[in-house]
Design a protein around this ligand. Structure first.
Ligand code: UDP
Length: 401
């Protein structure tokens, strides 16, 4: 049955037979979770990925030389307030207690992040107590003339003021995003809390942890179902879709359309790996706030698994740059010009039948792992409901705009 929605033909799938065939493009969290849920509902799923491993950018593997578990595409710490998602991931692997405690090197000193009472007292060489620090920042430092911060810079000036902004955020953000914080949305900085006590937990979520053996076995376990077939080293070809009732696309949204309207902007990362013995930096993540240090952070992977013990240590120096056609996209840049192009791609997607766009790349949003899983579960539910009701499955379950 074909229906016209948004001017385009949209195929409505009614579940009459038990086995609907799905193609999931991308073997990261979105593809695995949607595939699993649909397989459990009695359907069959083929998951393909152009790379030779599952897990997308969450992929972890042991370093051959040191046996340290390495987050190959940069640090991933699982944190969430969503109890259902927490229970979901814990049903596939063992999570070890882990709290992300980040340090930053700036202006010749090491400070604690996120900005907390220790950071404030160290920076201003004071011994303020919580209420005093709040009063000091709010009444002497912060720019209270900003009532509704829109940009990253305004958000920083309003809540921590110019000194801490310059020391910890301005240079780092220019390196990370390749533009001025005046051009970035406040939402990026809202990812980080500011605390007026000595709590240096980087996240403010109820649940936090690290999978005991990395993310790869967790995603392997999600994909381990008799009705799921995984094909690695397999690039998507539009002709493939013909063998399936519906496609879930977790690759780049613009990539699905062969970039015909132009390329959405992404940042990619380069990692300079080095190995040492012992403890290189004493923590998992050391950020570098100064603009003249070319990298944003150094990750020392063995500190993500404090329950293990290793002689050697593996570190990644992380450099951010603009994503070119052959690079792996990491961070969607959602500035004004990208948003205009995004709107055009969204319109195209909504006029295309038989495909739903999911995940960080498919919806061009800066999603954390827990949100990706939540949306993947909701997407699979939405598909089953639409199929039951005989209504069209939309191109997006979450609006990317
Ligand atoms: N950020 C910063 N300085 C830091 C850490 C973060 O300016 O030391 C800014 C930067 O713009 C970054 C954003 O805050 O992109 C979000 O930081 P988060 O640690 O969540 O980034 P991720 O680990 O996802 O790269």
């Amino acid at each position: 049955m074909l229906r016209q929605v948004n001017g385009g033909p949209v195929q409505v799938i009614r579940i009459r037979r038990s086995d609907v065939k799905f193609l999931l493009v991308g073997a990261g969290l979105s593809g695995a979770v949607i595939g699993r849920k649909l397989a459990e509902a009695g359907h069959s799923a083929t998951v393909i990925d152009g790379r030779d491993h599952i897990g997308g950018n969450c992929y972890t593997t042991r370093d051959a030389e040191t046996d340290v578990m390495v987050h190959v595409y940069g640090p991933h710490i699982f944190h969430t307030d969503d109890e259902e998602v927490w229970n979901y991931v814990n049903s596939f692997t063992t999570f070890m207690p882990y709290k992300n405690r980040v340090k930053t090197t700036s202006q010749g000193q090491v400070f604690s992040l996120p900005i907390n009472l220790h950071t404030i007292n160290q920076y201003y060489n004071k011994t303020l107590r919580p209420a005093e620090a709040r009063d000091f920042i709010e009444n002497e430092i912060a720019d209270k003339s900003i009532t509704d911060p829109q940009t990253f810079e305004e958000q920083a000036m309003r809540f921590v003021g110019p000194d801490l902004y310059e020391a910890f955020f301005k240079g780092y953000t220019e390196k990370q995003w390749g533009c001025s914080p005046t051009e970035l949305p406040a939402s990026i900085l809202k990812r980080l809390p500011v605390r007026f006590n000595y709590d240096d937990n980087y996240f403010f979520h109820a649940f936090q942890g690290m999978p005991e053996n990395g993310y790869t076995p967790m995603i392997e376990a999600i994909l381990d179902h008799p009705s799921i077939e995984v094909k690695l080293g397999t690039l998507y070809d539009p002709a493939m879709a013909e063998g399936y009732d519906h496609v879930f696309w977790s690759g780049p949204l613009d990539g699905y359309f062969d970039y015909e309207l132009g390329r959405l902007g992404y940042r990619t990362l380069d990692f300079e790996k080095f190995t040492e013995t012992g403890d290189y930096q004493g923590c998992a993540v050391m950020n570098y706030g100064d603009r003249d240090v070319p990298y944003t952070r150094i990750t020392e992977h063995k500190h993500f698994a404090p329950w293990e013990s290793h002689e050697g240590t593996v570190c990644y120096k992380e450099f951010s740059r603009s994503c070119e056609p052959e690079d792996i996209p990491y961070y969607p840049i959602r500035q004004v010009k990208e948003k205009a192009l995004l709107a055009d791609y969204v319109e195209k997607a909504q006029a295309t039948s038989g495909v739903t766009f999911v995940g960080r790349l498919g919806t061009y949003r800066y999603l954390d792992m827990d949100v990706t899983i939540r949306e993947a579960l909701d997407t699979a539910d939405a598909f089953l409901k639409h199929a039951q009701d005989g209504t069209a499955m939309p191109a997006f379950v979450m609006n990317p705009l």
